[in-house]
Design a protein around this ligand. Structure first.
Ligand code: ADP
Ligand code: MG
Length: 736
């Protein structure tokens, strides 16, 4: 079968055996593959800018950047259509330079510089040729200059189409293709032939939905993606292909969600709880409206006889912990055990201690235990014993909670705190453990996933798309916004004296710096040295503590306790304090080499202050050299660092910060390990195509609402598609 297809390709007009082989090596085996080899970008005369326009845009951003650093965009790629008017080889002391002069009829001319492979380029480019140039230009001695840009020569006949407003596709030309002499032009005509010869355009959406969505047919979509007759036709085609990509994944998520709702039974937990009431009465504050609303949402799930699957999002400091505790008490009152899983031992410890404190303050008699690694065997035995008999009501731990054979007793509610990967397979494991403890094959536990920082909406809809979402969009009233300032190295002394005066007023400070060493040993050394410098040279009059990742958990605990208790005025720390630590009297966060941190990391760190009623400050210290453009730092890196720092300065809103972070880093980096559960979107983009995603999601929801199993005949095509696309994925629950 495959062989035939190869020869298929070989006999396509313009291909032949040699080129067929090159295409094969590039992953294009069949005519179908060619048909689906979509352009990487397009050149449209209407969209290309002139040399003069580009020159002005760049000059303008350069001017505004010096005044207002956070307003820039990252270096931009431009495309222009022009003619080569002159070709020149210039000899410098050591190096040769090939320089093309380009002109496009606008009021400036431009240049293209080649410093490498000069002989090669010299043969290709000639005066009089029309070319399309794409790249990141600079203004060099008042001339718009590209260095080794991407260039495509346009044949005279194509130039004619172009003038008439045609849009030309640009494909990725692999090395193998290039070696076989396949030019962009030739690939265009090969693909044109492939489309003309291809007989199997199969619809992936039922006609009924194509009509509702006003989508072009599959044939028209594909043809327009390659050879659009107009910008409108192209955008309709792109919309359809992106929509579909999102849509089938949303269909899968909605199916999974529906399946849980219709086939699984949840433990029913009444909302009325004396324990929760007593604890609430003992709090020194009242809940915000957002906290109350979220608790209500959770109680609705508890009472619904269906298992809860909910994501709780709230900004740093919005008070997720107390929501977790109050809802745990509700489940405990109904006779169940609850567990909370934290990402690190230090955070598990924090939860353990703060829950304990809340419970003691309320004079409640509830046993809470901790399962961490490194516990003494005798203690571990006692803890396990208490869990098995059901005396222990709240079990706090790390992921070890669900790996060791812990003898849970009626575990009905599980909270997953902060940034764990939590996909379908994790849920399945957890359910099994809970079911065993409940002694009922058919009962599922309630699950609440809490995220440390807000997640951009497009990511919530995909990576956590099968969870219901609760949002705490309000901070407690006693909070003053944290003042954040970016500072450069040359003001270090002023900063230290500011910290000194704050501490003299009774406040405490964190000094955080990044880990940059290559080995743990070096890291440890750097951490210790830095600490000693701060303690001896800078703040010898104060007591400083050290907290870093190489310490044992009980050492960390001790350092934390001493800081929380006021024995240390300053805590010098690495990012281990990033999550969850809560010391309201700490009002200063000094972050050194702040340009090295990611945006959400900075926001998390900053969230360690501003937790009490005093004014808090966050100082982002960075090197002088980040102030202005310099040869020894990559300009895009520098700009991105400044965007991060200035964004922190501009806003305290974690939801806003999350969106900027997504733009800077892309979804894969933000989700970290979670990305393994996220499909790769080939055409659609989670940053750019948010509206399409929303539309695809609600369309999928409507269909599942009407036909929960996709069992109606009109939906059989959809059902096949979902099965085909996802049956081998770990996120596939199967269709009933
Ligand atoms: P996060 O959402 O970042 O986990 P926490 O749950 O740690 O935030 O809460 C931050 C601090 O705010 C804690 O000291 C907590 O006791 C306190 N807090 C929580 N809710 C309120 C509220 N409604 N009013 C005042 N303080 C609150
Ligand atoms: Mg927290």
């Amino acid at each position: 079968m495959k062989k035939e297809q190869i020869s298929d390709l070989q006999y396509l007009k313009g291909v032949g055996p040699k080129r067929a082989k090159a295409l094969n090596e590039s992953g294009i085996i069949t005519i179908r593959d060619l048909v689906y080899y979509f352009p990487r970008s397009y050149i449209a005369r209407d969209e290309a800018k002139t040399i003069n326009q580009i020159f002005r845009e760049i000059a303008e951003t350069q001017n505004s950047q010096s005044q207002q650093i956070f307003d820039f965009t990252l270096q931009k790629e431009y495309t222009l259509i022009c003619k080569i008017t002159m070709k020149q080889v210039r000899q410098f002391s050591r190096k040769k330079l090939l320089q093309l002069t380009i002109y496009d009829g606008s009021s400036r001319y431009g240049r293209i510089n080649f410093w490498n492979r000069i002989e090669f380029f010299e043969k290709i480019y000639q005066s009089g040729q029309y070319i399309v140039v794409s790249g990141v230009p600079e203004i060099d001695y008042s001339v718009l200059t590209f260095t080794h840009p991407e260039i495509e020569i346009i044949e005279p006949d194509e130039m004619e189409n172009f003038q008439k407003g045609a849009i030309l596709p640009k494909y990725r030309i692999s090395d193998a293709m290039r070696r076989a002499g396949i030019t962009m032009n030739q690939l265009r005509s090969i693909i044109r032939n492939a489309i003309a010869n291809f007989k199997e355009f199969e619809e992936s959406l039922p006609q009924k939905y194509l009509d509702i969505l006003k989508f072009p047919s599959v044939y028209d979509t594909i043809r327009a993606l390659h050879f659009p007759k107009s910008p409108d036709e192209l955008s309709a085609a792109r919309y359809r292909i992106k929509f579909e990509e999102f849509f089938f994944y949303q269909l899968l998520l909605t199916l999974n969600k529906k399946k849980i709702q219709t086939t699984e039974r949840g433990v029913t937990i009444p909302a009325k709880s004396n324990l929760a009431r007593t604890l609430y009465a003992s709090l020194p504050f009242s809940l915000t409206n957002a906290q109350k609303r979220v608790i209500r949402e959770i109680c609705d799930d508890f009472g619904s006889a269906r298992p809860m699957n909910r994501l709780l999002q709230g900004d740093v400091g919005s008070g997720k912990t107390i929501v977790a505790l109050l809802t745990m008490l509700i489940a405990i009152d109904a006779g169940y055990q609850v567990a909370i899983m934290a990402p690190t031992e230090i955070l598990a410890e924090q939860h353990f201690l703060s829950f304990k404190k809340f419970i003691e303050n309320a004079k409640l008699d509830i046993e809470i235990v901790q399962v961490v690694s490194g516990q003494k065997a005798s203690l571990r035995r006692k803890v396990f014993d208490d869990i098995a008999t059901g005396r222990a009501k709240i079990i706090v731990g790390t992921h070890a909670l669900f790996q060791n054979d812990i003898p849970f007793n009626k575990l009905a509610y599980v909270i997953i705190d902060e940034q764990h990967r939590f996909g379908v397979s994790q849920r399945a494991e957890l359910i099994e453990i809970a079911r065993k403890s409940l002694g009922d094959e058919n009962l599922s536990p309630h699950i609440l996933v809490m995220s440390a920082t807000p997640i951009p909406r497009t990511l919530t809809m995909t990576a956590y798309g099968e969870l219901d979402v609760s949002i705490i969009n309000e901070l407690p009233k006693n909070r003053k916004p944290i003042l954040t300032k970016v500072a450069f190295d040359d003001t270090r002394d002023e900063i230290y004296s500011f910290i000194r005066s704050e501490i003299k007023n009774g406040r405490q400070a964190y000094i955080v710096y990044p880990l940059v060493e290559k080995s743990e040993k070096l890291e440890l050394k750097a951490a210790t040295e830095h600490f000693e410098f701060i303690q001896r040279e800078v703040f010898s009059e104060f007591a400083c503590g050290l907290l870093h990742g190489q310490m044992f958990w009980y050492e960390k605990e001790e350092a934390m306790q001493k800081f929380a208790g006021g024995e240390f005025q300053i805590l010098v720390a690495t990012t281990v304090i990033e999550v969850g630590i809560d010391v309201p009297n700490a009002t200063i966060m000094l972050i050194e080499d702040a340009e090295r941190f990611g945006l959400s990391q900075l926001h998390q760190l900053r969230g360690r202050v501003g937790r009490g009623s005093e004014q808090s400050y966050c100082i982002l210290l960075t090197k002088d050299k980040f102030k202005s453009k310099m040869k020894n730092i990559d300009e895009n890196e520098r700009l991105a660092a400044l965007v991060r720092l200035r964004t922190m300065e501009r806003t305290n809103n974690g939801f806003e910060i999350a969106e900027v972070d997504l733009k800077l880093r892309g979804p894969g980096d933000i989700l970290g390990k979670r990305q393994s559960g996220l499909p790769e979107f080939k055409y659609a983009d989670l940053v750019e195509d948010r509206e399409i995603l929303e539309a695809a999601r609600s369309f999928a929801a409507k269909i599942i609402e009407d036909d929960p199993n996709l069992s109606k005949s009109e939906n059989s095509l959809l059902k096949n598609q979902v099965e085909q696309k996802f049956s081998s994925s770990e996120n596939f629950y199967g269709i009933a």
